[in-house]
Design a binder for this molecule. Sequence first.
Ligand code: SAM
Length: 198
Amino acid sequence: MKKIIDQMTEIYVLRMGHRYIRDLRISTHCGLVAWALGAKGILFTGMYDKEMMKKLRETVERWGGEFEIGYVENWREYILEERRRGTYIIHLTMYGINIPTVEKALQKILRWKRILVIIGAEKMPREVYLLAHLNVAIKNVPHSEVAALSIFMDRITNGKALLEYPEHMKIKIIPQIRGKVIERGEPKYIEGDINREV
Ligand code: SAM
C-alpha cells in the first residue's frame, strides 16, 4: 500500500482518557482524522469502549486503507515502552510550544522512524508533559483535540496529508463544485449534476 505520507516515518495517535457516551463522537472523530490524514493507527486509553471502536473500524473498512485501531490498558507503560523502542513522543497541548515556532524542528523529527502523537480528553496527568519529547500547542488557547490533531497532521506533512490518498480505497469521491459523485470500482452517479440548471 502507498503511504499517504511520503516519508518513512510512521505516525501513531494515542487518544487518552476516553469516557463512555460523553466522548463517543469526539473519540470517533479523533480516529477518523488520524485515518484520513495519514496516521498508521490510533490507540485509546481510558474506558474500554467496544462500540466506539467498532463504529470507527466499520467506517474505515467501508472506505478502505490500512489503519490500526487498538486499546491500551496502561498508558504510562505504553509511552515508556514506545520511548524505549525509539519513538519520538509529541504531546498536543495548549501549554506547549506554538506550532509555527517548531515547524523546522518538526521536519527534523520526520527523520525518526516512528512518532506517537498524544491527545487528551479531560485534564491530562502531569507526567505526560514530562514523558513527551516535545509539547506542541496549536495556538496557546484551549480548543479541541480533533482540531489540534488535524492541524498538526497538516503541518508535519507539509500539507501532503490533504493531497495524498492510500491506494486501494474502496470508495473514491470525484470532487464536484455542486452535487455529490462517488466511484466504487465503476464510476457511479449519486445525486446532483454539475451541469444541471437550478
Ligand atoms: N483541560 C484539559 C487540560 O488541561 O489538559 C484539556 C482538555 S481539551 C478539550 C482536550 C485535548 O485537546 C487536550 O488534551 C489537547 O490534546 C487538545 N487541545 C486542546 N487545545 C489545544 C491546543 N491549543 N493545542 C494543542 N492541543 C490542544
